[in-house]
Design a protein around this ligand. Structure first.
Ligand SMILES: NC(=O)c1ccc[n+]([C@@H]2O[C@H](COP(=O)([O-])OP(=O)(O)OC[C@H]3O[C@@H](n4cnc5c(N)ncnc54)[C@H](OP(=O)(O)O)[C@@H]3O)[C@@H](O)[C@H]2O)c1
Length: 281
């Protein structure tokens, strides 16, 4: 059976993927920050899928963790790499700290680039499949989200380029572009600046906070399980596509971009976002 490595497996899509892959009979290398010390995360799976599950520490910003993973796969095949680990930093460009911006890129971009680079020999050997988590925010810009959007746009360019580069070796590359799903994502997101009521952006910050709260509490949210099951189908496909969008919101963005000239898309989305972010209460 194929071996799949999942990054950011401690919660959300990553954790769901590990469980679902084990259920399907895959060998899974679940990785996460200090995962070995977080015994509760896969307590049930460790018991039930003894021979299929390997847990390894992997903070994607840690050179030592990366090296250990590279060593682990030096003599082992790797069929599927799922670069799922990621988080968001929100805030106006003018106010976000350099430290936070660098952290955003370290995890969401360099983490993906460097891990992929280290595991490519094993993936090439297995004629494997790389699955990178982008986002609907990798398809369109959003106010107070420039850092996060920039990292996901970067993952789009990285993945598309890599797919062409690896074609001669029969290694496939796919992008997952989810809309808003209720994982731990919203709780884990950080502001890139000190919050201040004196800021010229305070109205936008207030409206974004409300918007995020509404999305986090609205009834009938999109179910993370549909992304998990969708990714498993993609792994099982012989000729996977490069882009896969998930959720009505991501589909709408893709559809609008497909049918409209760019200038019209920017005018319509700009108008909607302006009124959403600048309304007075
Ligand atoms: N949920 C959404 O609405 C949504 C939409 C579009 C795209 N996405 C993308 O989907 C992916 C998974 O997010 P999620 O929604 O499942 O959120 P989540 O529940 O917050 O899971 C994120 C995972 O990434 C891990 N992570 C963060 N920094 C890390 C680091 N330095 N090294 C290793 N792991 C790290 C977290 O580990 P810890 O437990 O240690 O924090 C956690 O396991 C992300 O790439 C995200 O950008 C999410």
């Amino acid at each position: 059976m194929k071996t799949v490595l999942v990054t950011g497996a401690t919660s959300g899509f990553g954790k769901g993927l590990v469980t679902a892959l084990l259920e399907k009979g895959y060998n899974v290398v679940a990785t996460g920050r200090s995962l070995i010390g977080r015994q509760d995360v896969f307590a049930h799976e460790r018991e039930k899928y003894k021979t299929q599950l390997v847990e390894l520490d992997l903070d994607v910003t840690s050179a030592a963790d990366m090296k250990a993973i590279e060593e682990y796969f030096r003599q082992r095949p790797l069929d599927v790499l799922i670069n799922n680990a990621g988080f968001a930093i929100f805030g106006p460009v003018e106010e976000c700290s350099e430290e936070k911006l660098r952290k955003q890129f370290e995890v969401n971009v360099f983490g993906v680039f460097l891990l992929t680079q280290k595991l490519l020999p094993a993936l090439r050997h297995a004629k494997g499949h790389i699955i990178n988590f982008s986002s609907a925010f990798g398809l369109m810009g959003f106010p107070l989200s420039s850092a996060y959007c920039a990292t996901k746009f970067a993952i789009e360019g990285f993945s598309e380029s890599l797919s062409y580069e690896l074609k001669p070796f029969s290694v496939k590359v796919s992008l997952i572009e989810p809309g808003g799903y209720r994982t731990n994502f919203n709780n884990a997101a950080e502001w890139g600046m000190e919050l201040s009521t004196n800021s010229v952006y305070s109205r936008q910050v207030k409206n974004y906070t409300r918007l995020r709260q509404n999305l986090a509490t609205r009834p009938n949210p999109q179910r993370p399980e549909e992304v998990v099951q969708g990714v498993i189908k993609i792994i099982q496909t012989n000729n996977p596509k490069i882009n896969y969008s998930f959720g009505k919101d991501a589909f709408l963005v893709r559809f609008m971009k497909k049918i409209m000239p760019r200038s019209l898309f920017h005018r319509i989305s700009g108008k909607a976002l302006y009124s959403q972010f600048n309304k007075e209460h």
